[in-house]
Design a protein around this ligand. Structure first.
Ligand SMILES: *Cc1c(COP(=O)(O)O)cnc(C)c1O
Length: 398
């Protein structure tokens, strides 16, 4: 089948929920992807922050085939080997005491919402404690609970009525959270770094203030680290930048090397509120995903690897800031931490710059209409970063 036939098939049979450029990706190697016409792309999207270790990584391939030959699935009616081993690794390196495994980011967020409400029910049975304070401009996924807690009207339109008991504060505005909180609020829920919403980092005083407020008002602090977690920001978890620990945290994207997985991490206090049969997922704690997760997490949590991501992130940030200084009328702001970075464009849509990069054999994505987002695999090297920045310089020169 040639490229056009594949795209025609897609357009005739797949529900049209995505607008895609007109090439078909066939294989990947390292930080490069290749399409069906043999064209090579340097990948600064990494499957939306999933492919942290790049493509055709032998460790991932070996872990998949070894576990697939042993056992692919038996359901959660039985004990299996990989999930508890991965859970111990996650707890050893984080605030958490317990992990619930599922299959995607949105599913891990739904679990977080349920566990928070169950904690409120269990500990405050005599009075209602179930409300969530979420943030404007956030993104938590596409299932109903996630959509209902996502603070962007464009994701709500046509899907109401949404989950009741959710209100939205301004990110980085502690007073706006204080105004919405009352005795019925069970949790303040947010991404410590808003990714899809335009790459906004939480300010230390805001994140620290939320922790204090949650302690005072007996509320849980819930972090969505589906995109910011697992080394992307130059720390294993984004919350480490703040010295603030959440009570619940969600992880997903890169954890299983490109296979589906979600993980909801929690303190023992939260875990104590959840009982057998309160929540479940047929494919959750999947032996193959968790077996790969063990290998991926081993690499992502290595201190040398984390230090290298931080150094490469600083380099990327430095190059972007140099471009902002050189083209102040084209780039108004540079945002991000580590290897998630955004350039805010003054006068052209992000889609135009994405197209210009693509013509030059580079894949980048957007974070909102005017932000170009750079999300390379974490194994990218400095020469790759320099190449992308040199090409960005050419594009901006016009
Ligand atoms: C991608 C993402 C989600 C949703 O994850 P899915 O696996 O697509 O359901 C939720 N929150 C954040 C911060 C994300 O980046």
């Amino acid at each position: 089948m040639d490229t056009k036939e594949i795209i025609d098939l897609e357009q005739n049979y797949i529900l049209q929920t995505y607008a895609r450029p007109d090439f078909v990706l066939e294989r990947g190697d390292g930080v490069h992807l290749f399409d069906t016409d043999g064209k090579q792309y340097l990948d600064f999207v990494s499957g939306l922050s999933v492919n942290a270790l790049g493509y055709n990584n032998p460790t991932i391939g070996d872990a998949i085939s070894a576990q697939a030959r042993k056992l692919i699935h038996v359901s959660n009616l039985y004990h299996t080997i990989p999930a508890p081993r991965l859970a111990r690794m996650l707890c050893d390196r984080s605030f958490a005491d317990r992990v619930f495994f599922c299959n995607s980011g949105t599913e891990s967020w739904e679990a977080a919402l349920k566990f928070a409400r169950k904690w409120g029910y269990r500990n405050f049975e005599d009075r209602a404690k179930y409300k969530f304070v979420a943030m404007n401009n956030s993104f938590h996924g596409r299932t109903m609970g996630s959509v209902s807690t996502t603070g962007q009207p464009k994701y709500h339109k046509g899907f109401g009525p949404l989950l009741p008991g959710v209100s939205f504060a301004e990110f980085n505005d502690l007073e706006s959270v204080e105004r919405l909180v009352d005795a019925e609020t069970v949790a303040v829920i947010l991404e410590p770094l808003q990714a899809e919403g335009g790459i906004h980092s939480g300010e230390p005083s805001f994140i620290e203030g939320l922790r204090q407020l949650c302690d005072e008002m007996k509320m849980l602090l819930v972090f969505d680290e589906i995109q910011s977690g697992l080394c992307r920001t130059g720390a294993l978890f984004c919350y480490e930048h703040y010295g603030v620990k959440p009570d619940i945290m969600t992880l997903a994207k890169p954890l299983a090397g490109g296979l589906p997985i979600g993980a909801t991490l929690m303190s023992q206090d939260v875990a104590d509120a959840v009982e057998p049969s309160d929540h479940a997922a047929t494919f959750g704690a999947h032996p193959v995903s968790c077996a790969v997760g063990i290998e991926v997490f081993r690499q992502l949590s290595d201190p040398g690897f984390i230090a290298a991501v931080k150094a490469k992130g600083n380099h990327l940030n430095g190059r972007l800031n140099a471009l902002r200084e050189r083209f102040p009328d084209k780039i108004t702001e540079v945002r991000g931490m580590g290897l998630i970075a955004g350039a805010v464009l003054a006068d052209v849509p992000a889609a135009d710059v994405m197209g210009a990069f693509r013509e030059r054999g580079i894949l980048v994505c957007a974070a909102g209409p005017d932000v170009v987002r750079f999300l390379p695999p974490l194994v990218v090297d400095q020469a790759n970063v320099d190449h992308v920045m040199d090409e960005f310089n050419e594009i901006l020169k016009g």
